[in-house]
Design a protein around this ligand. Structure first.
Ligand code: CUA
Length: 157
């Protein structure tokens, strides 16, 4: 093999190996470890939230000892319910949708960070091992009152 061809090969082989490696990493994390964007777990008609379970009754329910399911509806410019209370050590699955425009749902001190899109259901789970108040904010500009759109998760000792 000529020297030029060896040089070429030294570039060609890594430029094939790197994307293949990235693809493998993507497949392992997505399918092997189940890491994916925490959104779009279902659809719902935003016109009929008042008659569509679970969004007809926003709030928090205990589904098993220490496990809670919180249903949230976002609208200009508040979350319903505004306050969620759970005991310390709880695992809470948040399921949310929007009644009107695109909102966000970020819970401080947790990894919950969702887009709340009308017509779509978003879901994320967090564990609350420290008592206190966790601020819930809308992180997507949704109009004049966007900066006032907040709620809280109260973790009781
Ligand atoms: Cu809702 Cu910003």
């Amino acid at each position: 093999m000529k020297r030029e061809q060896l040089y070429e090969l030294a570039w060609v082989l890594p430029s094939i190996a790197i994307p293949v490696g990235m693809l493998v990493a993507l497949l392992v994390t997505a399918f092997g470890m189940g890491i994916h964007v925490p959104t779009h777990v279902g659809t719902v008609d935003p016109q009929h939230l008042a008659t569509t379970p679970p969004f007809d009754k926003p709030g928090v329910v205990e589904t098993a000892p220490g496990t809670y399911h919180a249903t949230l509806v976002a609208q200009v410019w508040f979350f319903e319910p505004k306050e969620i209370r759970v005991p310390v050590g709880s695992e809470v699955t948040f399921e949310a949708t929007s009644r009107d425009v695109i909102h966000g749902l970020r819970i401080q001190g947790t990894n919950v960070n969702l887009m709340i899109v009308p017509g779509q259901v978003s879901r994320a789970t967090a564990r609350f091992d420290r008592p206190g108040e966790y601020l819930v904010v809308c992180h997507e500009y949704c109009g004049l009152g966007h900066h006032t759109m907040a709620g809280k998760v109260i973790v009781e000792p």
